[in-house]
Unconditional design. Structure first.
Length: 248
């Protein structure tokens, strides 16, 4: 009989084991395991590897045993959960090194010889949830284009075929109270099913039929886009008035 348990890999990119990201990690794992999912973890700070892609893509740097296991775990999974803090609009250096070393041609994507703009996506049939913490004001984060989220969503995971991909933004952490953090943890613990099942479209591989739903990041996005539209309208109005004044 085919195993119907959802296979989840949690990838934690925070270098500090006492951070709030690790608390979110534990909360998500607790909710997923309680609901019957099969969970594996890749805590990047605990992996033994060189984060520098020493030769770029000119020459392959042999993968250490921990990275070989990471490749196997990602291939095994139905759903990827990536947790990280946002530092200067990006993720920590150790996480960037992990992505550089693991997401290699031939592993998760394959370029088609002779056709430079086409490639084969090797991670199709998998969904993902990106959970990230930040202290950046929401409007500024959206106006700047959510750089770390979009890079991970579109240029890394999406490029390799992972779809759909959703985000959960947690913040502003620096100003949060213990009660607020407790609510965040409870939300993440209870969101594993929303993240991996009810908020995603049917996967390309055989699996549960699911329906799309709104996410926390989606809701905040709509609010911030509305604010951005208001700012744009005000700027356009000022420019129009200024041009009319010059005409007079």
């Amino acid at each position: 009989m085919k195993n119907s348990r959802q296979k989840i890999v949690i990838i934690n990119g925070h270098p500090d084991a006492e951070s709030f990201v690790f608390a979110l990690h534990a909360a998500y794992r607790k909710g997923a395991e309680r609901s019957g999912a099969d969970v594996r973890e890749l805590v990047i700070r605990d992996l033994r590897f060189t984060p520098n892609l020493q030769f770029g893509y000119r020459q392959r740097t042999e993968l250490e045993p921990d990275l070989l296991r990471a490749v196997d775990d990602i291939r095994w999974a139905d759903h990827l959960v990536v947790l990280h803090p946002v530092w200067w609009g990006s993720y920590p250096a150790i996480m960037k090194g992990f992505l550089d070393r693991v997401f290699l041609p031939g592993f998760f994507f394959r370029k088609i010889p002779g056709v430079s703009t086409r490639w084969e996506k090797l991670l199709t049939g998998r969904s993902a949830r990106i959970i990230y913490t930040l202290d950046t004001p929401w409007l500024f984060w959206w106006l700047s284009g959510r750089p770390s989220y979009n890079a991970l969503r579109w240029i890394t995971l999406g490029y390799c075929g992972v779809s759909p991909i959703h985000g959960t933004a947690i913040g502003i952490v620096r100003l949060s109270t213990p009660a607020k953090r407790a609510r965040w943890l409870a939300r993440v613990e209870g969101s594993w099913g929303e993240t991996s099942l009810t908020s995603v479209r049917p996967a390309r591989r055989a699996g549960d039929q699911v329906q799309p739903s709104r996410t926390l990041d989606d809701r905040r996005g709509r609010r911030c886009r509305s604010r951005t539209t208001d700012v744009t309208r005000m700027s356009t109005r000022r420019a129009t008035l200024s041009s009319r004044a010059r005409l007079w």
